[in-house]
Ligand binder design. Structure first.
Ligand code: CP
Ligand code: NVA
Length: 317
């Protein structure tokens, strides 16, 4: 495996990457983080440009892409749907072609996974999925980096997602865990069970990696988990379902009693953020000693830089 395997590739979903490639990016991200901690400055994106397309709001993803790219000499340009013709007036394919003539790469955050796919198909430059309704792959890479900072190689460890089992974060964790041999349990009410079509894709991956995938309605399934992970009950774009989600997910709040159900003194709490304290997680858990949510947020920047280094330059560090 060399960096050349990545040159020019998009990251739309981890289904498109092998376990070995994901491991390479995790290793690169660890090195990037070590460089940052040593205070090293590099200029590896000098002369390169990055379009940051946002249909939905963002704090971490936008800031991670902008700072990771800009501090290495690249020029990021933030473009919300208020600013450009994205699927309005101009065909998406045409916008993609034009952006591909002006930018080295494109980040897309928005609703449809197909928009990210079309941008990748017609722009001819790497497209990074910064969150769609279907997947949040850059988040999942930062999550696994965080898990490994606490427990070493994540293969064979147990990650338990508690909450909306259909959402983009749960889906991305299912895929990356199935690829990397990480046992993944989704604790969710049956109404919010993960999409069977996605599970059908993940199950053979899990069989070959040694991962166990478990879907459970009972919080007892948290027993033995190294990490309990949750996300908001209402994802962006699903605000109309707020009352129903509160009713369905109320019993699944991650509080200290649920953390204690892991039965492990060293278990950690994870959250992609932003968090709604008092809903999916209590403030004492999010702000408490088991929480690694702030490390995950920081690791967004290191993992995103690693992904861009590999796909834009194809060079090793
Ligand atoms: N975790 C995450 O994607 O955060 P933002 O929505 O702030 O980008
Ligand atoms: N599931 C959440 C993740 C936010 C980072 C959402 O899509 O709003």
């Amino acid at each position: 495996m060399t960096a050349q395997n990545f040159k020019g590739r998009s990251l739309l979903c981890w289904l498109d990457y092998t376990a070995e490639e994901i491991r390479y990016l995790l290793d690169l991200s660890r090195q990037v983080k070590e460089e940052a901690k040593r205070g090293e400055a590099h200029r590896r994106f000098t002369g390169k440009t990055l379009a940051l397309l946002f249909e939905k709001r963002s704090t971490r993803t936008r800031c991670a892409f902008e700072t990771a790219f800009g501090e290495e000499g690249g020029h990021p340009v933030f473009l919300s749907t208020q600013d450009i013709h994205l699927g309005v007036k101009e065909a998406l394919e045409d916008t993609a072609r034009v952006l591909g003539r002006m930018f080295s790469a494109i980040q897309f955050r928005g609703y449809k996974q197909s928009t990210a796919e079309t941008l990748a198909q017609y722009s001819g430059v790497p497209v990074y999925n910064g969150l769609t309704d279907s997947f949040h792959p850059t988040q999942a890479l930062a999550d696994i980096q965080t898990l490994e900072e606490n427990f070493g190689n994540a293969a064979g460890k147990k990650l338990c997602f508690v909450g909306d089992g259909r959402n983009n974060v749960a889906r991305s964790l299912l895929v990356i865990c199935a690829k990397l041999g990480i046992h993944v349990t989704v604790i969710t009410p049956p109404e919010l069970n993960p999409d069977p079509a996605l599970l059908a894709l993940c199950e053979p991956l899990a069989r070959s990696s040694g991962a166990e995938i478990q879907i459970a309605a009972d919080v007892d399934a948290a027993a033995g988990a190294h990490a309990l992970y949750t996300d908001v009950w209402v994802s962006m774009g699903e605000e109309a379902h707020k009352d129903e989600r509160k009713r369905l997910l109320g019993p699944y709040q991650v509080n200290q009693a649920l953390m204690d159900r892991t039965g492990r003194k060293d278990s950690i709490f994870m959250h992609c953020l932003p968090a709604v304290k008092g809903e999916e997680v209590t403030a004492d858990v999010l702000d408490g000693p088991q929480s690694r949510a702030w490390d995950e947020a920081e690791n967004r920047k290191h993992t995103i830089k690693a992904i861009m280094l590999a796909t834009l330059s194809g060079d090793a560090l």
